[in-house]
Each structure stands twice: as C-alpha cells, then as structure tokens.
Design a binder for this molecule. Structure first.
Ligand code: SAM
Ligand code: SF4
Length: 452
C-alpha cells in the first residue's frame, strides 16, 4: 500500500497555487505503480486548490480510494476499505467519498448499488471527473494535464525518486487480465510533455525517474511522428541532473534491439530489465494470449545480457492457470532455473469476471496453486542467494532512500536493496557501497565514497 503523497509543484508549470482553504484530503492507494502515480496527481491537484494532506481519514474533507482488482485478494481489500467508510459517511455526509482505479467500470450501476455511500466513481487517470466533487478544480482546467506527478511521500522517504506515466491503457487482451477492460486502449503522452515533466521533477530534487506503462515499451506508436521508447529514453537522458532512469512494465514482444541498445548506451538508464514472462510453457502462453513463446523471452534476456553485462532481470509469473498440468508448470520452473532472474513476482491465478479465462474451469485446486507458488519462491530463494553471493566484494552505487534501525537503505542501479550503517546525513544521496555480506533478498555493505 502506498504512502500518502504530498505534492509540491514547480511554479513554472503551476498556476498560482491557491492559499490553504483549511480543507484536508485523505488518499488510500493499493496496487501498481500506475495507481501510485495517479494518486500523486490527485494529491497535486487538490493541493493546487488549497487542500492539505492528512493521514487521519476522520479529519478529511474528501476521501479518495485508488483501487486494484487484478486479483480477488486485492478486490476484497478494496471492498473492505470501502465498507469501513460507511461509518464516516454516516457521521459526515458532506465529505465526498471517491473511488478510482481498476475497480471502476464504465457501467457503474452495479458499483452504485453495492457502495451507495460513494459519491463519485472515476475511471483510472480520468482526472477531470474529480471536478464533480471539487468544483474549484475547474479553475485549473487547462493546466491539469501539465501537473507533474511529483510527490514527497513520507518523512522516511527521500523524495528523490518519482514515477512518470508515459503511456496509459493496454492494447493486449491477455486472457486472464482485467486491465484493458478498465484502463482502455493505449494512449501515449507526447515526448515534449514527458520531458517537461521530468525537468520539473529534477528541478525539485528528484534524481531517479521510472517511466510507467502497462506496456511501456509500446510507447509512441499512436503519436503522429511515431517515436519509440528508445527515442524517449534518449531525450530524457539528456536532462541535466537526472542520475537514473528506469521503465516498467515491458512486454516481451516489443522489447526491440533499439530499446536494449539505447539502454546499453545511455548513461542514466539503469542496468535493470523488467520483462514479465508469466509462464515458461508455450501452450500455457498461447492460452494466456501472450503472443510470444518462451524462446522469444529467453532470447530477449540473452540479448540484453550480451549488450549489458551485469544487467539484473525481474519477471512476473502466474501459477495455476486453468489447465496448467504438472509438466507445464515444470516448464515454467525450469525456465526460471535456467535463466536465473534477480526478482520474480509470483501470483496464484485468480479468475477475473469478464475476462476470457474466467469462462474456463478454474481447475487447479487452491492447495496445488499454493504448492506451485511455494516451489517458485523456494527456487528464487536459491537463485537469488547464488546471484547475490557473486556480489560479495563488489562496489555498488546506492541511491539512499530510507533509514531504519540505524541503517541506511537504498537501491543499486540494478534495483537490489542495499543496507549500510553510516553516521553522515545521507538521505537522498548517491554513495558507493562495498558489499560485505549477502542474503537472497538484500545486500549489506560499507560506504567507500563521499556522498554526492
Ligand atoms: N502489463 C504487464 C504484463 O504484461 O506483464 C503486467 C500488468 S498486470 C496488471 C500485473 C501482474 O498481475 C501481471 O504481470 C500478472 O502476473 C498479474 N496478474 C494479472 N492478472 C492476474 C490474474 N487474473 N491472476 C493472477 N495474477 C494476475
Ligand atoms: Fe494485462 Fe496483458 Fe495488458 Fe499486461 S499486456 S496489462 S497482462 S492485458
């Protein structure tokens, strides 16, 4: 769950910010980085018209929930949170309750029946709709699209990293996935708008930017001059003061040599590839409608490693897809063991009403899904422990973004978590850390450079 975003805007892109109006907003976010970015934007808009954040929902003058329904467990959490607000709404009927994110469908009658205490349902990233409950936002109108997604989440967070959506929606129709039904077709933002937004973020102290999209590497095909992600990376890379550039989530089919080559060539682009494979068996991939084979994914990873030695790799896996046999699951397991990913997000299949696969028998028993889930986790523990052990004695550049139990924490360029102790004030700094101890999930080391 994301922390409450607090926004500051750059005066150059921001209309005159209204004086505080004494009102407070509470935002609750669950799900992917796109939701975090959307919540940050909502917070930015509300701050522009005088609202201030609160972490206490009972103190809020507006409550916004940003939902995820990618799996049933997430949907249940959102429903629980919504139901918990019935009391607040009874006590303070004037406080608008707003629901956005992937729970919001175009047919909203059912949602209205189920959650009558919600004042507004608005589709993901369709920010103009917020004006219905916050009329002051109409004054921002033409500037809304320009508001940067900049936020300083919490005291423990340095605020030096930020997400920037570059393409909304998804044109694929993977048979298990609800996202295209809730986020619509792909819409790329223009390069000029994205570059401007990153410039603003950097001017406010952001050092690492992650470009976002459900299919981030499909960027640009719907724009007039059809730029590719590699063109955008090259343009953003030139922004002075930006130390690190990342992007997620990529689709294997669109991971072109152009993109990989530009990753290898551009100094700010981090040596990290997020490329979900979902399954290692071609028949399962076919029924998932993923439009590629395991060999294509294997080959894309191999090319990336050839062009960028030391690159780290993250992927997503679904276990227990309808009809997935023991042998098919074993093919997924074998692929992961062969390729050796630094991070695997593994999920048990969850049927999503309205998707193609929800019409098929969800025939893998829950216990078997759990067994497969555990098997992948155990494999990963072994793989990551081996991969991380190779980093012993290496020196990694770390961007410090947390302090807990007397130890600084941050990410390497490869996105590995690194902890180290140091008496200096290092929040938001880049520093070289020599690795002295490894574990499957993080590295421990000691600083060997001056902070910068
Ligand atoms: N666009 C990305 C891609 O193509 O891989 C992923 C976006 S999806 C919202 C995030 C992850 O949720 C997926 O990679 C998948 O592993 C998981 N997921 C999506 N639908 C699911 C379902 N019905 N059951 C279980 N996991 C699911
Ligand atoms: Fe969902 Fe597939 Fe689109 Fe990813 S590519 S968001 S899994 S439909």
């Amino acid at each position: 769950m994301a922390a409450l975003p607090v926004i500051e805007l750059h005066p150059a892109t921001s209309p005159a910010r209204m004086a505080p109006n004494g009102k407070r907003f509470f935002i609750w976010t669950i799900g992917c980085q796109m939701n975090e970015a959307d919540s940050a934007k909502v917070a930015a808009m509300l701050q522009e018209v005088g609202y201030r954040p609160t972490e206490v929902e009972d103190d809020a003058d507006i409550v916004v929930l940003n939902s995820c329904v990618v799996r049933q467990a997430a949907e249940d959490k959102v429903a629980g949170k919504l139901n918990s607000l019935i009391r607040l709404k009874r006590q303070k009927p004037e406080v608008p309750v707003v629901l956005t994110g992937c729970m919001v469908t175009n047919q909203q009658e059912k949602l209205r029946e189920r959650f009558p205490h919600v004042d507004l349902f608005f589709n993901p990233s369709d920010f103009d709709q917020l004006q219905q409950v916050v009329p002051e936002l109409a004054d921002l109108d033409d500037d809304l699209a320009q508001l940067p997604h900049y936020y300083v989440p919490e005291a423990t967070d340095s605020g030096v990293t930020a997400f920037v959506p570059i393409i909304y929606g998804c044109n694929f129709l993977c048979s298990y996935c609800i996202v295209p039904y809730r986020r619509g077709k792909e819409r790329s933002r223009t390069m000029a708008e994205i570059v401007r937004e990153v410039e603003v973020l950097v001017s406010k102290g952001v050092r690492e930017v992650t470009l976002l999209g459900q299919t981030v590497n499909a960027y640009g095909h719907d724009l007039d001059d059809r730029p590719g992600l590699h063109d955008l990376l090259a343009a953003v890379d030139t922004i002075p003061g930006l130390d690190r550039l990342r992007f997620l989530t990529s689709h294997p089919k669109y991971m072109s040599n152009d993109i990989v080559d530009s990753m290898a060539a551009l100094p700010s682009v981090c040596e990290h590839m997020n490329l979900p494979v979902q399954a290692g068996d071609n028949e399962v991939l076919r029924r998932m409608r993923r439009t590629y084979t395991a060999d294509l994914w294997r080959e894309r990873i191999a090319y990336t490693r050839e062009r960028m030695p030391g690159v780290t790799v993250a992927t997503d896996i679904i276990v227990g897809f309808p009809g997935e046999t023991d042998e098919q699951f074993q093919n997924t397991y074998d692929l992961l063991e062969e390729v050796g990913c630094d991070k695997v997000h593994v999920a048990m299949y969850s049927p999503r009403p309205g998707t193609l696969s929800a019409r098929w028998d969800d025939d893998i028993p829950h216990e078997e899904k759990q067994r497969r889930h555990r098997a992948i986790e155990e494999l990963q523990e072994r793989v990551c422990s081996e991969l991380n052990a190779r980093r012993l004695g290496e020196t990694l550049e770390v961007l410090v973004d947390s302090l807990a139990k007397g130890r600084w924490g941050g990410r390497s360029r490869g996105n590995t978590l690194v902890h180290f102790a140091d008496d200096r004030p290092l929040m938001g700094k880049l520093i070289d850390v020599k690795i002295t101890k490894t574990s499957p999930w993080y590295l421990i080391g000691e600083a060997v450079s001056e902070p910068r």
